[in-house]
Design a protein around this ligand. Sequence first.
Ligand code: ZN
Length: 276
Amino acid sequence: MASQIKDLSKLCIHTQTTKPWDIDACVRNYSMKGIKGITIWRNVLENKNLNGVKALLDDFGMNVVSLARGGFFPSVDAGKRHKAIDDNLLAIEQAAVIGAPMIVLVCGADGGQSLEKSREQIAEGIAKILPAAQKAGIKLAIEPLHPMYAGDRSAINTIRQANEMAEMLHSEFVGVAVDVYHTWWDPDLQAGIQRCGEQKKLFAFHVCDWNVPTTDFLNDRGLMGEGCINIPEIRTWVEDAGFRGFIEVEIFSDKYWAMDQKAYLEKIKQAYLTKT
Ligand code: ZN
């Protein structure tokens, strides 16, 4: 078993976790708490000068782990598929300017067609944007989403499907993001993580918890330790598979967004240090 580092050096927060804050408040407050990693959601970049954002990140010594998110490739409508490609190419440009080495892909699904068809279109979509990503030096991480999202958010629902897609695309720039919220239930998770590591495709690790009972399938994610996911065990699998990157806290929670965000950030820090 890899020995786990129980300090803040590998802690990354997704800006969406502290949704009430703009990018400026995220960077200043994360930094004040000793947090060195940030994954930037594209909504906080709207109407922002990206060079200014890059300067802010540099001033505070923040490591940008990822830009979230690209993807949403499938559609029964060819026009929408083209638009998705354009949007992903824009994300690659944005990532390059702010210094994000990776884009997380929420691959997409269209309930008007089969999951197989959606997966075909995901593969086509990634293949189309891959040359631009490669040229910019930006990795693409396929994130399998919990099957409850198979109708509209992602036709990639298991670590196995993500591994297969990443391996088929056969590029060192395409890999997998493992999010405990989406994958904890999967009996093949440990084997899938191991395979992903062996293929050098384990690009990202996202944590939060699954509340029991969960009251909302989008915005009721728990803080690490509050729910039923054995996060330390999954972390061990990920680190045993060779992962040495940042551990990204990604919590969407109406409950936590309603509280004082500085107090919430302290709770995240403690949950990271003791329950992750
Ligand atoms: Zn995630």
